[in-house]
Design a protein around this ligand. Structure first.
Ligand code: ADP
Length: 255
């Protein structure tokens, strides 16, 4: 077995007395897409945010390409690394949010080139060339100079995907990427994500779109009350295909 692109090992996170994520482990191989499903409040969002340290796990480790995120491993001992080195490590992980989180005062192309220019020091002309390629890929080259408020929700989310890709991440995390969209715009975003998966992008997505999970993703994880109840190949994602009663009763409600 090759080293997973991402491995979470017993990741836990509490808010006050509540354990939002309780010892969750996950392994994701290169070129695969994993969907995290589960009822509201299950800890899905907290868990995916732990995977790039938007939430710092209080326990457990996240390994990216075998390297522990936020730590230096010397033998069996883990030493915390500087925030600067952590920032560099985190560049390997792209993220797409429910609410897009674009810079409102910047055009689509400026949103896309902001991190490559600002963080990586890529020359502006080169970043624009690559950024335009990415906007073309998500079908929005013609909107390069529009501000977010001049774009539909679906278009804003596609710009956000292009922006995440601009840093050439090893892994793309998507936290309910279509939940804030009007129904008619959901498919345009799912189509873009589906194309990325078909091209071999490694992806983890929290989503309520069971159809997407079954047809596009390779694996699913079902979470409830901070824990993984079941995981398996996405082809099992049907009322008759899943193993656990709790997964089945969730699917019965949403399918
Ligand atoms: P899901 O994404 O499955 O809906 P979340 O990860 O958003 O679940 O939330 C899991 C639990 O953690 C919920 O009970 C939620 O209220 C709590 N929680 C999430 N984020 C915070 C926060 N920043 N502060 C306090 N509690 C939080």
């Amino acid at each position: 077995m090759t080293t997973p692109v991402l491995q979470a090992w017993r990741v836990s996170k509490s808010f006050g007395a509540e354990r939002a994520v309780d010892q969750v482990s996950l392994s994701v191989q290169a070129g695969t897409a994993t969907c995290i499903l589960g009822p509201s409040g299950a800890g899905k969002s907290t868990f995916i945010r732990c995977l790039n340290f938007l939430e710092r796990p209080e326990d457990g480790y996240v390994f990216i390409d075998g390297d522990p995120l936020g730590f230096d491993r010397r033998g069996d001992v883990f030493h915390e690394i500087s925030s600067r080195r952590l920032a560099r490590q985190r560049q390997k992980v792209g993220m797409v949010f429910q609410q897009f989180n674009l810079f409102e005062h910047m055009s689509a192309i400026d949103n896309v080139i902001e991190a490559p220019c600002g963080v990586r020091g890529v020359r502006r002309a080169d970043a624009i060339e690559k950024g335009m390629e990415l906007l073309r890929k998500v079908g929005l080259a013609h909107k390069a100079h529009s501000l977010p408020r001049e774009l539909s929700g679906g278009q804003q989310q596609r710009v956000a995907i292009a922006r995440a890709l601009a840093m050439e991440p090893r892994l793309l995390l998507c936290d309910e990427p279509t939940s804030a969209l009007d129904p008619e715009m959901v498919h345009e975003v799912l189509n873009v994500l589906g194309e990325l998966v078909a091209e071999g992008m490694t992806m983890i997505a929290v989503t309520h779109e069971v159809g997407f999970a079954r047809e596009v993703a390779h694996r699913f994880v079902f979470m409830e009350r901070g824990a993984v109840i079941e995981e398996g190949p996405s082809s099992n994602l049907s009322v008759d295909g899943v193993r656990e009663d709790r997964t089945r009763s969730f699917l019965e409600k949403v399918l």
